[in-house]
Design a protein around this ligand. Structure first.
Ligand SMILES: Nc1nc2c(ncn2[C@@H]2O[C@H](COP(=O)(O)OP(=O)(O)OP(=O)(O)O)[C@@H](O)[C@H]2O)c(=O)[nH]1
Ligand SMILES: Nc1ccn([C@@H]2O[C@H](COP(=O)(O)OP(=O)(O)O)[C@@H](O)[C@H]2O)c(=O)n1
Ligand SMILES: [Mg+2]
Length: 182
């Protein structure tokens, strides 16, 4: 089964909470037809299913903490296998969250060809998430959890970018290059 994705083209999409990862992925999908897999969306789907595992995930996500590495990785892997026959490549959005997650992904699935780093200032991210929180219904789009997600991003996830910069595969995307309104 896992053989099906052995040679898949992989792009990691990394950026802070509310930096616009999902928004940028949609643009790439429209242009290049890659398959977009958001690790956060996969986790929220599990929560929405009402399963026992979903309940445990909900509690972690509400606090802005990271769910266990194996849980996310298994979900991404299953989703990749399910799409392997129709996919030109995969945008893995919101993963890796820490260097260890990247290392495990590479051991179990494969190496990324590229890392898209979606850059935004922390004030911008906070503003967007507070706005989104008015309608998103996301339990983590509130001031207290947003602060924790940001702290964790700077502490655990920024080192991921440095790690892959060492391999020369990081491409930075920010509003100026994308003609955003901000
Ligand atoms: N003004 C402006 N808003 C944006 C831009 N990109 C994204 N947004 C908004 O910012 C919010 C967060 O964007 P997402 O694409 O969901 O960001 P994300 O990084 O996937 O967010 P998380 O999954 O929560 O990490 C949404 O409400 C978007 O509509 C942009 O370039 N300009
Ligand atoms: N690889 C991942 C992705 C998401 N998550 C969890 O899911 C939450 C939402 O992730 P997300 O990528 O949709 O959103 P942001 O926190 O980036 O805004 C995170 O705050 C984590 O609790 C995780 O633990 N591990
Ligand atoms: Mg997202």
């Amino acid at each position: 089964m896992a053989d099906k994705i052995k040679d898949a083209k992989i792009i990691f999409v990394v950026g802070g909470p509310g930096s616009g990862k999902g928004t940028q992925c949609e643009k790439v999908v429209a242009k290049y037809g890659y398959t977009h897999l958001s690790s956060g969306d996969l986790l929220r789907a599990e929560v929405a299913s009402g399963s026992e595992r979903g309940k445990q995930l909900q509690a972690i996500m509400q606090k802005g903490e990271l769910v266990p590495l194996d849980t996310v990785l298994d979900m991404i892997k299953d989703a990749m296998i399910a799409k392997a026959d129709v996919s030109k490549g995969f945008l893995i959005d919101g993963y890796p969250r820490e260097v260890k997650q990247g290392e495990e992904f590479e051991k179990k699935i494969g190496a990324p060809a590229l890392l898209l780093y979606v850059d935004a200032k922390s004030e911008t991210m906070v503003k967007r998430l507070m706005k989104r929180g008015e309608t998103s219904g996301r339990a983590d789009d509130n001031e207290e959890t947003i602060k924790k997600r940001l702290d964790l991003y700077y502490k655990a996830t920024e080192p991921v970018i440095t790690f892959y910069e060492g391999r020369g595969i990081v491409r930075k995307v920010h509003y100026a290059t994308l003609g955003s309104d901000l």
